[in-house]
Design a protein around this ligand. Structure first.
Ligand SMILES: Nc1nc2c(ncn2[C@@H]2O[C@H](COP(=O)(O)OP(=O)(O)OP(=O)(O)O)[C@@H](O)[C@H]2O)c(=O)[nH]1
Ligand SMILES: [Mg+2]
Length: 297
């Protein structure tokens, strides 16, 4: 069989996590319409009779403005190093810009083979697709390009087969019943962060870290989850909580619903909002919150 690791790389918001979730058939990574949703390298494993593909989701490529973003970019660079294939995800709907071409050239010029998933074809004029592919070849980017839509599920099987064909022959690298390398405790924190990304605007969700302090299953089967929502400023705290706590209650209630689905059990969720000024620029806090490029939490 063919098997190996595939780093999924691309600009922030391109649709990497959505694509991995659909290919793997389970939600291994959170998704939102805001850039810089993914902050850690996350494995998503697709095991079939004939092949095993281990996707490594990565933080999207983005101009780093603080130590958290720099750390995220390091995570992405590290993930792109020790793999058998790079799957570059391009948002076709956002257009093909010089910056995209520059990134594709950079990632296809190393020793690791690369293919391109040209995604979001469901929300763009179809005639742009062959034009963009032609432009890529004219620019000397000599990779297979698969136009896909993760949302509509178009052409995903072709992409999957194309990826598998590029992997080396060998044994499965991960046990067939494993879909992700992340714990339920990690996912619970991510689910809270996803609901915050969906509910709040501007800098607020980007300045939030979620720290799970308690994750315990009681004898009656209920999970007790206590988490800190860490933000950067006291006015952010006020917005997060909202009038009479309404905003936070709503976000927490959405999060609890998804946590219960993930765990298949009732969840008793307690949230605290705390302020840690400039945590995104403090390496000690970044490590405490699980953003360490050398360590996969
Ligand atoms: N219409 C459409 N939208 C998509 C598709 N794939 C992803 N999206 C949307 O694009 C947005 C970004 O998706 P993500 O999967 O979070 O993107 P990402 O590349 O992982 O982003 P970062 O983690 O921030 O780098 C979300 O709103 C998705 O619903 C697609 O095939 N079609
Ligand atoms: Mg992502």
């Amino acid at each position: 069989m063919n098997s190996g690791y595939v780093a999924v790389i691309g600009r922030a918001n391109a649709g990497k996590s959505t694509l991995i979730n659909v290919l793997v058939g389970e939600k291994v990574a959170i998704v939102s319409p805001k850039p810089q949703t993914t902050r850690n390298a996350i494995l998503g494993v697709l095991t079939r009779e004939e092949y095993q593909i281990v996707f490594v989701d990565t933080p999207g490529l983005y101009r780093a403005k603080n130590v958290l973003s720099q750390t995220m970019m390091k995570t992405t660079q590290t993930a792109a190093r020790d793999v058998d294939l790079i799957l570059f995800v391009h948002d076709g709907h956002a257009g093909l810009h010089d910056e995209d071409i520059g990134l594709m050239k950079r990632y296809s010029s190393g020793d690791i083979p690369m293919i391109i998933a040209y995604t979001k074809t469901d929300i763009m004029p179809k005639e742009n697709i062959p034009e963009d592919i032609k432009k890529l070849y004219e620019e000397g980017i000599d990779c297979d390009v698969y136009p896909v839509s993760a949302r509509k599920g178009s052409n995903l099987r072709a992409l999957e087969r194309g990826i598998a064909a590029m992997l080396p022959e060998g044994e499965r690298v991960i046990s067939e019943d494993i879909v992700s390398d992340k714990s339920d405790k990690f996912m619970v924190g991510e689910i809270m962060r996803e609901k915050i990304l969906l509910k709040y605007d501007k800098e607020i969700p980007h300045g939030v870290a979620v720290v799970v302090n308690k994750f315990e299953r009681r004898p009656d089967g209920v999970y007790e989850v206590d988490l800190d929502i860490v933000c950067e400023k006291s006015n952010h705290k006020a917005i997060l909580i909202g009038k009479q706590g309404k905003a936070l209650k709503e976000a927490a209630s959405f999060a609890r619903g998804d946590m219960e689905k993930l765990l298949g059990a009732k969840v008793f969720l307690t949230t605290y909002v705390r302020v840690k000024e400039d945590w995104r620029d403090r390496p000690d806090l970044l490590r405490d919150y699980g953003y360490d490029p050398r360590k996969n939490s």
